[in-house]
Design a protein around this ligand. Sequence first.
Ligand SMILES: C[S@@+](CC[C@H](N)C(=O)[O-])C[C@H]1O[C@@H](n2cnc3c(N)ncnc32)[C@H](O)[C@@H]1O
Length: 435
Amino acid sequence: MPVSPSRQLAFSVLMEVELNEGYASDLLHSSLGRGLSLADRRLATEIVMGVLRWRAPIDQIIQRAANRPVEKMAAPALQALRMGVYQMRYLTRIPPSAAVDESVEAAKLADPKLAGFVNAVLRRIARETADVKVEEKTDDNDSHPAWLLDRWRARFGADAASAAAAYDNRVPPVAIRATTEALPGEIVLAPGRLLAAARRVVEGDITKTEAYLQGQVWVQDEASQLIAHLLEPAARDRILDACAAPGGKAALLHALVPEAAMVAVEPRPQRARLLRRRLPPTAHVVAADATRELPFRWQFDRVLVDAPCTGTGTLSRNPEIRWRLQPDDAVRLAELQTAIVTHAAIALRPGGRLVYSVCSLEAEEGPGVVSRLLASDPKLTLVSAARVLNSLRSAGVLVDNVPPIDQLTQGGFFQILPGAAETDGFFAAIIERAR
Ligand SMILES: C[S@@+](CC[C@H](N)C(=O)[O-])C[C@H]1O[C@@H](n2cnc3c(N)ncnc32)[C@H](O)[C@@H]1O
């Protein structure tokens, strides 16, 4: 029996994630899925994301049934087992026999010698699974490494940490911003939860529309869009985006102030090329490393530092990150961010504004980096995020029913937790240079 296209895609993606540190959401949209029907792609997505979210309890089930540690299993066998267990334990409409057979076939494609082992372990689990209900097995707290949840509990409290973990296990909404109203009838939109100009796609595949293919629609989380608005740019500003790739916020800034002069920085040549393709030709893309002195004689009115980070605010979109991170990664990335933001701040003109943001919930990133930046230069001061959010609300940039501003701020910073407004988790500090 050949493996079905959906399971073949799911298996290939899980192998890439495991062996080459790939990102599942990129891989699911890559050429690996070319030619598949929408239904097959949806099932593959459900299996991949489910396996990555529920990896810890799934691995416990496998370990018990196989009577050996999962770390000792060959990668194709383990991925096939995870797919099989997820379908049996977490999906209600797949007969166990199909879940077992498909996984055996997937493992066989990689190495025929693995088929017997995968078959034996999954059949054992199938016998045990018959009378276990799905809701008995899904505790959101089991779906994240314990050390990560402990950090969130210590920082935000137990309820907020659990709510964030629960959101990480949901399919996140597809938020967009569009420069056209002309979308086909099968695309059903709902208003944004934060931004008046944003929409959420509630039905239809926006990535297949002409408007998306023509670059008139951008898929971008609403909290991520809001970061660009925190700069409150003016028409003829000089704007520096020091960590610009893949270009979502830079493109939004350009849409807000098309006459502003935009410089977008990215060190890796391939990502710089991607930026050039995605940004308008008037933007200057500079291949430079922002941890070093930046090669500009200009002083900028607005500087954005949307820094590389742990990404712990984006686990609903990128579930694999939770298993890759190590407890000291936040410290390492905070060092990198401090180097970038300190150099970028040198390019900020007196009276200008810098926004430093991360899609992370960790305290070393975010507040820790801001403390070090402010200590490094007495001319830099923190602007209250509540003040800027109130100004954006008065200007009609935020939706009328935006969550109360005190729920979007903490200690003068912008801070939103995953799911608090159906967005990723983000942190931002707004900083000005004294005249
Ligand atoms: C969070 S992403 C930025 C996302 C982007 N602002 C957007 O909205 O599409 C961080 C980016 O920083 C880039 N980066 C990593 N190291 C860097 C460095 N030393 N200097 C500048 N950019 C860097 C990464 O390639 C990555 O694209």
